[in-house]
Design a protein around this ligand. Structure first.
Ligand code: CMP
Length: 143
């Protein structure tokens, strides 16, 4: 079953949006298989955002994501990668549709509440960066 990596960023944690965000994915029908509140090191942030290394905002990106705790999660379900991206809304909140997480809560592209993997390759890489195998709990859904 497909898995994705989602992370409530420091602004989302500070604004007490963890519960709302978890609830949206639960109600949609996806299955939570791993979650933890964590303080990201600069080293992990630089690896996670490695593809943006040459961008002018890379320094700002790393300093923001390490500025306070994040809530890292792994969710599972059919087409969860693409569907979660739709539920998050466009990266830049000026383009994110009403009803999406960023459409509802985010006002700037740098503080945009949530990160989600954009492809199966990123999902695998990001899950591996943030979670050990033992931290992912596979369990049968009863409903
Ligand atoms: P995220 O999905 O975490 O992946 C990369 C992040 O870079 C993105 O969300 C934005 O928060 C951030 N980002 C993209 N463009 C800019 C920008 N112009 N200035 C600052 N941050 C940006």
């Amino acid at each position: 079953m497909e898995k994705t990596f989602l992370m409530v960023k420091p602004d989302g944690v500070q604004r007490q949006l963890i519960g709302d965000i978890v609830s949206r994915f639960e109600k949609k029908g996806f299955q939570l298989v791993g979650a933890k509140l964590m303080q990201i090191s600069t080293e992990l942030a630089e690896k996670h955002y490695g593809e943006h290394k040459e961008r002018p905002f890379f320094g700002e990106l790393v300093s923001f994501i390490t500025s306070g705790p994040v809530f890292a999660m792994v969710w599972q379900g059919e087409n969860v990668i693409a569907t979660a991206r739709q539920m998050m809304g466009a990266t830049n909140p000026k383009d994110s549709a009403p009803g999406t997480i960023r459409g509802e809560y985010a006002a700037t592209v740098s503080k945009n509440i949530i990160h989600g993997s954009d492809s199966p390759e990123s999902a695998e890489r990001e899950i591996g960066l943030f979670f050990s195998q033992e931290e992912l709990i596979e369990y049968t859904r009863l409903i």
